[in-house]
Design a protein around this ligand. Sequence first.
Ligand code: GDP
Length: 195
Amino acid sequence: MIIKSVELETVCGITSKLPENDKSEFAFAGKSNVGKSSLINGLLNRKNLARTSQKPGKTQTINFYNINDELYFVDLPGYGYAQVSESVKAKWGKMVENYLKKSECLKEVLLLIDIRHDPSKNDKDMYDWIVYNGYNPIIIATKADKIKRSQLQKQIKAIKEGLKVKPGTKIIPFSAVTKQGRDEIWDIIEGANDN
Ligand code: GDP
């Protein structure tokens, strides 16, 4: 896909009404620091569009990026900050769940997992929760440049087993440094957008 324009069109907080978009949406979920901003920036060939390394306590929002007036990237707030209070976690949950339930244009959910680590309980909960809401997430194994090639299959297996993914679930290694996986992710997004 040739990126002609990218615009951060809508930022939703807990009390905001979700936009009624009429183009396909692709949502990105993952715990904070997993490389979500770097993935979005990498897919869009931008350096600093999505905010990198959010600090805990920063406002948690759902950000809608309009790409070429053709589709939306939906950046879901990162989860897994140990420091945040239960009430903030509950608000986060409501906001994301509301989005997963209500969006009529959501085509795919991409769930990011750091390729170096076994999925955490938060990751497993998030995976189950996405499935519960009717989606079969595509797993993006981030920071692929940080492991040796010989470790790749072992780590993918650990992610598969840790999340107990459904058979046929796609797991795509991605590196924001080498751009490994970028074309494959775009192929999936464009394929789903055409349907
Ligand atoms: P976010 O909190 O999920 O948005 O994560 P960021 O995109 O801000 O990335 C967190 C940290 O990991 C930053 O220091 C990034 O530079 C680093 N990072 C993200 N993706 C990659 C990658 O593919 N390879 C390497 N080596 N570092 C990465």
